[in-house]
Design a protein around this ligand. Structure first.
Ligand SMILES: O=P(O)(O)O[C@H]1O[C@H](CO)[C@@H](O)[C@H]1O
Ligand SMILES: Nc1nc2[nH]cnc2c(=O)[nH]1
Length: 350
């Protein structure tokens, strides 16, 4: 593979809600009625819903999508003070790629549930821990477990930790994912360096930046061309050569769908026609949030399954999370080496 160029090729603001999001919730577990705004209702005119207060609290916490700057700052302070480290590189571990956080030296581990105002991971292969420490001499923090739209979290909440990273001092985001390979040239176990994306959730009117814009993070209308840092892509290509894996490393376009279903054949055909090479259910909203606050982004997909666009009765053609996890486990060493070496490159030029 030659050096990458993008030429033709393709590469709370309002502060109304407090951090816990539960200020309107009563104690007790008797079914109560509530308005769509989240207030418990006493009037017959209001929409009735038989959720217990505990269920209501859980849903309300899940749906909370406004994270004022101050709340994110508090989370960042908690992590920086707790670890004694100001990280420069943030890593998001994809499904089954949690070992990217295990290679961090002198780790200080924060369980998500112990971090104030942090969501919790609900998907197998996403441990739900933030690991802060050093890698190749660089201060890093890694999310061992990300948040997905299909878990019930709004996109702004899924990518809220990227803003936490920013306020911790992170300049570079490394986002990794497990994805289905649509490009027929891709094989299971290959790595696709992302140089662009198709934001399918955005097509449907959903964005992590929806709602009031806080200019302390970034502009109202951020541009997304050149979102994926070309220097980092080129460095990763060079590294893949020294690792002897260049024939299984590609540069391509990722698309995120809402999930949790895998795609139909007709959807895969449509995505292929749109120029998508790999498909998943994450990353795009994290990249949007990172670019909004001016972080440098490097992202790659581990191809965990091939997405056939032919109709067939073969069970083998059906994607499964078990297969995704198994392939990720097999390729984690390679992914760790790629990430470590790229971190070392960044550190060299620091
Ligand atoms: O994108 P990551 O988190 O790596 O996980 C991918 O793998 C899971 C499906 O097997 C989905 O969550 C999809 O997004
Ligand atoms: N949407 C989607 N996500 C995935 N994650 C891993 N493989 C796949 C896939 O084939 N489709």
């Amino acid at each position: 593979m030659t050096g990458y160029s993008s030429k033709n090729d393709v590469a709370t603001a309002n502060g109304k809600q407090n951090g816990s999001g539960n200020q309107t919730v009563e104690n007790g577990s008797k079914p109560t009625a509530f308005t769509p705004q989240g207030n418990h209702a006493s009037s017959e005119n209001n929409i009735q819903c038989s959720l217990t207060s505990d269920e209501f609290r859980a849903v309300n916490l899940m749906r909370q999508d406004m994270y004022p700057y101050e709340v994110i700052q508090e989370i960042a302070d908690f992590i920086v003070k707790g670890s004694g480290i100001r990280p420069k590189i943030g890593i998001i571990c994809g499904s089954g790629l949690g070992s990217l956080a295990d290679i961090i030296q002198n780790p200080k581990v924060f369980e998500y549930e112990k971090i104030p105002n942090f969501p919790v991971s609900t998907v197998e292969g996403h441990a739900g821990r933030l690991v802060v420490g050093t890698l190749e001499g660089a201060n890093v923090m890694a999310m061992q477990g990300r948040f997905h739209f299909y878990e019930g979290y709004p996109l702004a909440k899924c990518s809220m930790p990227v803003r936490v990273m920013k306020l911790c001092g992170v300049e570079y985001l490394f986002a990794t994912n497990a994805a289905g390979g649509i490009n027929p040239k891709y094989a299971v176990g290959d790595i696709m360096l992302m140089h662009d994306h198709v934001n399918m959730l955005g097509f449907a009117g959903n964005s992590p930046l929806q709602g009031p814009n806080d200019p302390r993070f970034g502009p109202r209308f951020p541009a997304l061309v050149n979102s994926y840092n070309k220097d980092l892509i080129n460095k990763a290509i060079e590294i893949s050569k020294t690792m002897g894996i260049e024939s299984s490393v590609h540069v391509g376009v990722y698309s995120c769908l809402g999930g949790p279903t895998y795609e139909t054949i007709a959807e895969l055909k449509a995505l292929r026609m749109m120029g998508v090479d790999a498909v998943g259910m994450s990353t795009v909203h994290e990249v949007i949030t990172a670019r909004h606050c001016d972080m440098k982004v490097f992202a790659f997909s581990l191809i965990t399954n091939k997405c056939s666009t032919e109709y067939s009765d073969k069970k083998d053609d059906e994607a499964s999370h078990d297969e995704v996890m198994a392939v990720a486990k097999n390729r984690q060493k390679t992914c760790c080496e790629l990430v470590s070496r790229l971190v070392a490159e960044i550190q060299k030029t620091a």
